[in-house]
Write a protein that binds this ligand. Structure first.
Ligand code: UD1
Ligand code: CA
Length: 504
């Protein structure tokens, strides 16, 4: 948009949203990667306003804190009492006495609004040199919304709230979306004149339109190309409805840009996520936050990725990852849990029932089964056997473990940090490694095995184990006598007679 224009954005977000029945202010409810307020601010960002004023009231502290996080340039303006949308804009403009040019006002609870639509509204307004322009939409059910009342020439006459409307006006299906562009000076003057003579005893911003028409000013209506963009959100049922619509919009966008979504109805992608071409997302998958999925990678089914990067050609199957980096052609899952700072390099493999936290898994290294890897560096092409635990926590401090390139760690090993296993070293299965293993050495901490013959039959008589042991011993004895017989019959030496064997 042209930058020569001066613009001020005012977002109305002081209302409580009673019907949400929530401790959280309505505009802070989340919707696929942003709060409701975050979506509205994002829609206004391309206008490049001089100032963005956000009118806060209910939950002002929380809304203000949220603004600091998501839009440092936006300024909260406190409206201590919610005396109407006109009052809210009046208070906002009092804090911006120098604001010239266009004032764009947006309700804080219209999250599906597209930036293109706001831009088109403002462009229409500025090109026409209008005093005020309202975004309107034709809807099937206008219940509860303000109606656009047009005169015989088709021009806007006034905006009337449903509760103040005549039966004839209520039948109108063209509604006010709560998004407007105004000439700043004319808006300021008109706001000084609006009354509270209405069903709610509030200062209605919408009354500005009737006043400007009466004063002979030009007002315009910009009709939204897609009425769903203008939907507000008053309760959690409506919020769920908006979430479904936004999901469909996001999913359609990705499919059209070359991403395969195998089951869009069960795929939830935040607006903040990026997917590259030929990525494949299988069913029941959530891609959230700052997640990025690279070219040709496959994610899902049954996978949740939060703030996670998936490299080109990687495979992530039935996994949950938060703040992880999965390298190109790496493989994760099924059933893996990657926690913050899990960093898998190219072609690394994290298999089934494996949890990884704050660890680098080297190129082509494998942790295939049943392991915990925490605070570790695993070298390229190392192989970590099933049920290996990186013992990183002594109850007070966390300790690091390093496993060198192409090391081979046997199954059921505990690596008690801080410890280092050298490049190419082997660890015998079942070891508890507490001191460093030099490159190429075999680390082993096992006690030697001893078998106590006949223990089960003596100490666990009558159990099914004892019975099985008894049967197995008899079978073994039978087999060894059969062998003996065979040896005897070839004439090489004395042995039991056939009858002896048979009757044994
Ligand atoms: C408003 C419009 C209505 C339009 C509808 C679209 C008016 C009088 N009516 O009605 O024509 O169809 O939006 O959704 O404007 N707010 C404040 N301070 C206040 C009052 C409201 O900040 O004193 C904020 C609310 O938090 C909300 C927005 O303004 O974000 C709209 O207020 P709301 O009470 O929801 O207005 P509606 O009755 O929906
Ligand atoms: Ca509303």
């Amino acid at each position: 948009m042209s930058q020569s224009r001066h613009r001020t954005v005012v977002v109305l977000a002081a209302g409580e949203g009673k019907r949400m029945k929530s401790a959280l202010p309505k505009v802070l409810h989340p919707l696929l990667g942003r709060t409701l307020l975050g979506h509205v601010l994002a829609a206004a960002t391309p206008l490049e306003p001089d100032r963005t004023l956000v009118v806060v009231g209910h939950g002002a502290d929380r809304v203000t804190a949220h603004l600091t996080e998501i839009a440092a340039g936006a300024e909260p303006v406190l409206q201590a009492e919610q005396l109407g949308t006109g009052h809210a804009v009046r208070i906002a403009l009092e804090t911006a006495p120098d604001a010239a040019g266009t004032v764009v006002v947006l309700n804080g609870d219209v999250p599906l609004l597209r930036p293109e639509t706001v831009a088109a509204l403002v462009a229409t307004h500025e090109a026409a040199g209008a005093a005020a322009t309202v975004l309107a939409a034709e809807v099937a059910d206008p219940t509860g919304l303000g109606r656009i009342v047009r005169g015989v020439d088709g021009g806007l006459e006034q905006i009337v709230e449903e509760r103040d409307a005549s039966a004839e006006q209520r039948a109108l299906r063209e509604i006010n979306a709560g998004i407007y562009a105004f000439d700043g000076a004319l808006l300021r003057a008109a706001l000084g004149k609006i009354s509270t003579d209405n069903d709610q005893g509030e200062e209605y911003l919408t009354d500005v339109f009737g006043l400007l028409v009466a004063a002979g000013e030009t007002v315009a209506v910009h009709v939204a190309p897609d009425a769903t963009e203008t939907l507000g959100c008053n309760d959690r049922v409506e919020l769920a409805g908006l979430r479904g619509m936004l999901r469909d919009r996001i999913n359609e966008g990705w499919m059209r840009s070359g991403v395969s979504l195998l089951d869009p109805a069960t795929t939830w992608i935040d607006v903040t996520v990026r997917l590259d071409r030929d990525a494949v997302v299988d069913q029941n998958t959530q891609l959230l936050g700052a997640t990025v999925v690279g070219t040709g990678a496959t994610v899902g089914p049954d996978t949740t990725l939060v703030d996670t990067t998936v490299g080109e050609g990687a495979t992530v199957l039935r996994a949950h990852a938060v703040g992880a980096r999965i390298g190109a052609r790496a493989s994760v899952g099924p059933y893996a849990y990657l926690r913050p700072e899990a960093n898998l390099l190219e072609r690394a493999k994290i298999g089934t029932f494996v949890e990884v936290k704050k660890s680098e898994i080297g190129e082509g290294a494998k942790v295939p089964h049943l392991s915990y890897v925490g605070d570790a560096t695993i070298g390229a092409r190392a192989n970590i056997g099933a049920a290996t635990i990186f013992v990183n926590y002594d109850g007070v401090n966390k300790h690091h473990t390093t496993v060198g390139e192409a090391a081979f760690v046997g199954c059921d090993t505990s690596l008690v940090g801080p410890v280092e296993v050298g490049a190419g070293a082997y660890i015998a299965a079942g070891s508890a490694i507490t001191s460093d293993v030099p490159p190429g050495a075999l680390g082993v901490t096992r006690a030697e095995q001893r078998n106590i013959e006949g223990w089960v039959e003596r100490r666990r008589p009558g159990t099914r184990s004892a019975a099985a042991a008894e049967r197995a011993r008899q079978a073994l004895a039978g087999a060894s006598e059969g062998e003996a017989l065979h040896e005897a019959s070839d004439g090489s030496g004395p042995g039991p007679t056939p009858r002896d064997t048979a009757t044994e």
